[in-house]
Design a protein around this ligand. Sequence first.
Ligand code: HEC
Length: 137
Amino acid sequence: MKTLASVRKGKRRSGLTRLACASLIATVGVAACHSDRGAELPTSGASAERGRQRIEAYGCGSCHMIPGIGDATGLVGPSLENFGRRTFIAGRLPNSRANLVRWIMKPQSVAPGNAMPNLGINERDARDISAYLYTLR
Ligand code: HEC
């Protein structure tokens, strides 16, 4: 992408960054383009503490490094450190609560063939797990 290449060269960075954001919005259909995005508070009614327990029960840590979860040192998937500040989920979906619940319940529908299996997670668990992941900032 021409604008991104120009941004990397450095000069007039902020103007070009804005341009790059605009073209990203046009390309991906993202509603906002700000580096501090993805910052969402836990779903109302969801329990981050219960989510933490569900993460341990499902064994997410066998594939992910997850702060605050015992034995979560997996290297199959990306580290979930600072997940609450991430702009995208798996580089595909804008990081919103609804999209995170969708990803946790059905990663194979979002990205068929990726290495994260559908684990049969129900919506309540997915919402609580999301609440925990958004505490990671
Ligand atoms: C068998 C390994 C495996 C297990 C188990 C697993 N994941 Fe993943 N996960 C992955 C992989 C691989 C990716 C990257 C997928 C991609 O980018 O296409 C991923 C991506 C993610 C992402 C997006 C990360 C990012 O950087 O955007 C989240 C969030 C996530 N997983 C949460 C979970 C949760 C919560 C659990 C447990 C309920 C879990 N995963 C269980 C392998 C796994």
